[in-house]
Write a protein that binds this ligand. Structure first.
Ligand SMILES: [Ca+2]
Ligand SMILES: [Ca+2]
Length: 138
């Protein structure tokens, strides 16, 4: 189990967490997820991803599959709207084209989740310009 927070949002729901070959789980609004039970022994890749955010990736080592493994909490950085793994000019342009509108696809350009593509979202992208994913999951 663990917790993934979304930068700039009050609801941290909708992050997909995948471990190895197991079926992905999604976070609830407080960011928590429970997945690390029944994971086979060994080292597995763990990924956390959400549209509009840089993903995080790392390794989880399971020594005893009967125990529930707890992962450290992480925060995904906002702003990778086009999903190319970096927060860059393309993401700013995307926000610019629908600035001031209600975001029909609220998973995407409305980063802070207030229902509008506005200055708050622009600031989130601006603050993370130049950041690359995946972020370390540790
Ligand atoms: Ca991008
Ligand atoms: Ca917004």
């Amino acid at each position: 189990m663990g917790k993934v927070m979304l930068q700039g949002r009050t609801s941290h729901a909708g992050v997909t967490v995948t471990i190895g070959q197991l079926a992905p789980v999604t976070t609830s609004s407080d960011g928590t997820y429970a997945v690390l039970r029944g994971v086979p022994k060994g080292q597995h890749v763990i990924r956390a991803e959400r549209t509009g955010y840089l993903s995080a990736e790392g390794y989880v080592i399971i020594e005893d599959e009967t125990h529930t493994k707890t992962m450290p909490p992480i925060t995904l950085l906002a702003g990778d709207l086009n999903g190319d793994g970096t927060v860059n000019l393309f993401d700013l342009v995307l926000i610019g084209t629908i600035f001031g509108q209600q975001d029909m696809d609220s998973l995407r350009s409305d980063l802070n989740g207030d229902g509008m593509v506005n200055l708050f979202d622009l600031v989130l992208v601006g603050n993370n310009l130049g950041r690359d994913g995946p972020l370390p999951f540790e």
